[in-house]
Design a protein around this ligand. Structure first.
Ligand code: RB5
Length: 192
């Protein structure tokens, strides 16, 4: 579609990178953020975190990092290593990000695969499974990812915390080509 964007592209999610003040920054979910300096935004940021049993142990390491950095978070479960279904937790966190309860989400299962797939079913969610810091940086810069997925049976806590730190400290690019591509992700299939 050329020219004016359809309501589907603009109405429910906002276009990442085009807020009402015209400053070029949104969180890419269904809500638009007024522009604020990155340091201030970080202080106000609330993280939603969730895992299944396969990601539970790694989630504790990530929570320890969030607490150390005094980053507010809400843990959407699970709360022990009893076997549970990862889609429930992926979607819980995704809905919290979508409805604005949280600014960004972190989800962890054994591989990070299932829980990221579940999260990505929620409209407006761009959940990136990352196994290194470069992926985390690009996921924020180029894809304006609003959720990060990790694999508790894939990476150790040291790397996981570095990935989380990179993800939370990288701003989405406001360059037109990246903003355009993210809005293309959000466009519904039948628009094409
Ligand atoms: C649970 O055993 C495992 O399948 C789950 O944690 C995850 O790896 C799925 O993608």
């Amino acid at each position: 579609m050329t020219g004016m964007r359809s309501r589907r592209e603009t109405g429910r999610f906002g276009i990442a990178g085009a807020d009402t003040a015209g400053t070029g920054v949104t969180d890419g979910s269904n809500r638009q953020l007024r522009w604020m300096p990155p340091a201030e935004r970080k202080r106000k940021m609330k993280i939603g975190i969730g895992s299944d049993h396969g990601g539970y142990a790694l989630k504790q390491a990530v929570i320890a990092y969030l607490e150390e950095k005094k980053i507010p978070y809400h843990d959407y479960g699970c709360y022990d290593e009893k076997s549970v279904d990862y889609p429930e937790y992926g979607k819980k966190v995704a809905h919290a990000v979508k409805n604005g309860e949280c600014d960004q989400g972190i989800v962890i299962c054994g591989t990070g695969l299932g829980i990221s797939m579940a999260a990505n079913k929620v409209r407006g969610i761009r959940c990136a499974l990352c196994t290194d810091c470069f992926m985390a940086e690009m996921a924020r810069m180029h894809n304006n990812a609003n959720m990060l997925a990790l694999g508790g049976r894939v990476i150790g806590p040291g790397l996981a915390v570095k990935i989380v730190d990179t993800f939370l400290n990288t701003e989405a690019s406001t360059e037109e080509r990246h903003v355009r591509r993210v809005s293309m992700i959000e466009a519904e299939d039948d628009d094409q």
